[in-house]
Design a protein around this ligand. Structure first.
Ligand SMILES: [Zn+2]
Length: 113
């Protein structure tokens, strides 16, 4: 499962950081795009399972979903792509190019004082 692999990879990174700052991590924020989107519930469970017995046990993980953006070929407006209204937000044109999807990113880690 996608989420399990992601959870394990994120966990390794957080444990490395925790070793460096010699503190227990309390929370972390990750962000993902739309094509590689994570399911919050599955991800939360996968992370909790992977974190059990490590320095990360009990920490919270927040997932930010970054919307997919597109640029209109007609008026060059960049807008947030809405699957229910796949058209330019300015001129309603349906001719547009997708911007690169947001990568999966570990944004911040909070540690105990
Ligand atoms: Zn437009």
């Amino acid at each position: 499962m996608h989420e399990t692999a992601v959870a394990e990879s994120i966990l390794r990174t957080i444990i490395e950081q925790a070793k460096q700052v010699k503190a227990k991590p309390t929370s972390a924020v990750i962000s993902c795009g739309q094509f590689n989107a994570l399911n919050d519930e599955v991800m939360g469970f996968a992370f909790e399972t992977a974190a059990a017995g490590t320095v990360c046990e009990g920490m919270t993980l927040e997932i930010k979903h970054i919307p997919l953006r597109a640029t209109c070929k007609k008026c060059h407006t960049t807008f947030e792509f809405d699957v229910y209204k796949p058209a330019c937000s300015q001129c309603d044109s349906e001719a547009f190019d997708f911007e690169p999807d947001a990568p999966l990113l570990l944004e911040t880690i909070e540690f105990e004082d």
